[in-house]
Design a protein around this ligand. Sequence first.
Ligand code: ADP
Ligand code: ADP
Length: 237
Amino acid sequence: VPLVQIRDVTKVYPPSTRGGEPVRAIDGVDLDIEEGDVYGIIGYSGAGKSTLVRLINALEPATSGSIVVDGTDITTLPERDLRKLRLGIGMIFQQFNLFSSRTVRGNIAYPLQVAGRPKAEIRARVTELLDFVGLADKARNYPDQLSGGQKQRVGIARALATSPRILLADEATSALDPETTQEVLELLRTVNRDLGVTIVVITHEMDVVQSLATKVAVMEHGRVIESGDVFDVFSNP
Ligand code: ADP
Ligand code: ADP
């Protein structure tokens, strides 16, 4: 059974103006993401990539179809259970989305505090994560004192705090220079290889998919127009 199984999923947004057309952001998508995959979702702006990721994370409901995550159909789950589900899914963002008023340590601790973990456990876990992302010496700094690459490493540590099985990366390297992008991609490889975390990377950058992902889905106008092993999809016969 795939870790994430998406079947005939559609997401329609209501028209933004009266008399406007509804937007079919996702239009009949099928996708299987296996445990351990690094799955790239590529496509131009407006293709539906972010919407698909928000559906996987149950940040908004699908209009129709089913999304099974780790054996549970999340499209029929009550909010209480969705909160538990989200603890098993980490997310990182293009603009990092760090809390500017919290230190590096405070940012990484946040999901554990929300989950109500005991203080001593949080302290130990955060220290472990700081070492893992190589930011032990920045624990007491604030986000605006960090470089872009360091901020994204904090984002990754925070996303991993609750030991999720899935990490969703939404244009996670798009705000970074090429060298820093390579650093962050290397860290994501380590997350996948050493921690066994399944990674879904959304990007419009072909080279990010080619250097990181093992599988890829190409999206256009809310549809998956091609999917499979990166090598097969990108080899021109
Ligand atoms: P991508 O991530 O590939 O750039 P999106 O998922 O952000 O694409 O958007 C897909 C389509 O859905 C676009 O036409 C976008 O304008 C529309 N869309 C996305 N979010 C909303 C929303 N909250 N309300 C209305 N339309 C939206
Ligand atoms: P905030 O200002 O949002 O509370 P902090 O960084 O001050 O963020 O603290 C966040 C969490 O990290 C708290 O649970 C706190 O107990 C813990 N913490 C902060 N600094 C340290 C530290 N030097 N060693 C261990 N735990 C710390």
